[in-house]
Design a protein around this ligand. Structure first.
Ligand SMILES: NC(=O)c1ccc[n+]([C@@H]2O[C@H](COP(=O)([O-])OP(=O)(O)OC[C@H]3O[C@@H](n4cnc5c(N)ncnc54)[C@H](OP(=O)(O)O)[C@@H]3O)[C@@H](O)[C@H]2O)c1
Length: 341
């Protein structure tokens, strides 16, 4: 166990000389004394005391407490710390202020190690570059995928080339959005998640690409009409998805973590906010439905279904958070599908 004096408390220590002079000659107007906190941090699993922080300023944030804890335990940098009020409870936010938490002047927090962290941008780039590259390997029919006589041959069906363009466009758009559009509130995520997420994205991309680019692939049953309709749906939803991402970006000033209620803007693609809390997921679903219609391929339909289930779970969670956080949240909105789900 280590004992540290709160850094903010330390800064105040230098003022003590001046304060004692004031005591000799009482001031007419006495300032309200600052009540410092004592903070103890226990291991959430073993309940062992890991750290004791003395004289922590009441307006210190959890983020600052994490930095103080980090000084005594350099292996646990702030991003991998989860600080909680209850060993099994939710992690406190970095912005939470000590004096506003339901704790006494001797506060007890519980620590959990979140494991090695990796930045979100790295995560997304890894997740999205994989499908992009893998799909193209199947499209160009590199050796050892299909029979040797098909190595580096191209499909005779134009829908296969169109599908490759759409798939590449989709993931390239996601990469660019990750780099230049999204303003994430969390800097990092656990390193182990990347293996799970990459298995999902890379695995599905390979599975879909294998069948779409297969030499024996057969084009959609209703031919050109079906492909054209599918392309329109796909492009419409891609523009819609991008428009929502721009609208979400504009809700958050650069460098902040502000969360606001999203409303329709001048862009008609955002008017769906009138009915849905997470329309970026609605448009994402639409894009994959379009891609399924275009390729008429079972693995694509399966990817669309799994993605829809996952996004519905997230959309419901986000919808609940909006209702909890904003009293004036529009009651007519559904999480992902207007009036249905
Ligand atoms: N096909 C699939 O299986 C699949 C699955 C998931 C996602 N995706 C795609 O990836 C995209 C991004 O996914 P995501 O889950 O990160 O989307 P998201 O949670 O809706 O977030 C997109 C960005 O907007 C921010 N944001 C969201 N609501 C906000 C609000 N009320 N105020 C201010 N900022 C807000 C988010 O910040 P925070 O960092 O604070 O959240 C994040 O930076 C999706 O739109 C979708 O196109 C595809």
């Amino acid at each position: 166990m280590s004992t540290l004096q709160g850094s903010t408390g330390r800064m105040r220590g230098g003022q003590r000389g001046r304060e004692s002079k004031r005591m000799r000659k009482p001031a007419k107007k006495t300032k309200k004394a600052v009540v410092f906190f004592e903070v103890e941090i226990l291991d959430a699993k073993t309940k062992d005391k890991l750290c004791f922080l003395d004289k922590v300023e009441p307006n210190a944030t959890i983020g600052e407490i994490k930095s103080m804890f980090h000084k005594s335990h350099p292996q646990w940098y702030p991003a991998r710390q989860s600080i909680r009020l209850d060993p099994k409870g939710k992690s406190l936010k970095d912005e939470d202020v000590l004096q506003h938490l339901p704790v006494g002047t001797t506060a007890t927090f519980y620590f959990r190690d979140l494991g090695a962290q990796i930045s979100w941008v790295t995560v997304f780039l890894t997740e999205y570059t994989g499908p992009l590259v893998l799909y193209l390997m199947f499209y160009f029919r590199v050796p050892f995928i299909y029979a040797p006589k098909y190595d580096f041959t191209t499909s005779k069906h134009w829908v296969v080339h169109l599908a490759c363009m759409c798939h590449s466009f989709h993931f390239f758009k996601r990469l660019l959005e990750t780099l230049f559009v999204h303003r994430f509130s969390h800097g990092t995520m656990p390193l182990r998640n990347i293996f799970k997420n990459c298995t999902y994205y890379w695995g599905f991309a390979a599975w879909m690409a294998y069948y779409i680019n297969h030499p024996l692939y057969t084009p959609p049953i209703y031919g050109e009409q079906q492909i054209r309709l599918a392309l329109v749906i796909f492009l419409f939803c891609q523009i819609g998805n991008f428009s929502i991402h721009i609208a979400l970006r504009n809700l958050r000033p650069p460098g902040s973590k502000t969360r606001k209620i999203p409303y329709p803007t001048k862009n008609p693609f955002t008017w769906i906010f009138l009915l849905v809390s997470c329309p970026n997921y609605t448009y994402e679903l639409g894009s994959w439905l379009g891609f399924t219609l275009m390729t008429q391929c079972l693995p694509v339909a399966f990817f669309t279904l799994v993605g829809f289930i996952q996004m519905t779970v997230w959309a419901k969670g986000k919808h609940r958070s909006y209702l909890k956080e904003f009293r004036d949240y529009p009651p007519v909105r559904s999480p992902i599908l207007p009036f249905i789900l």
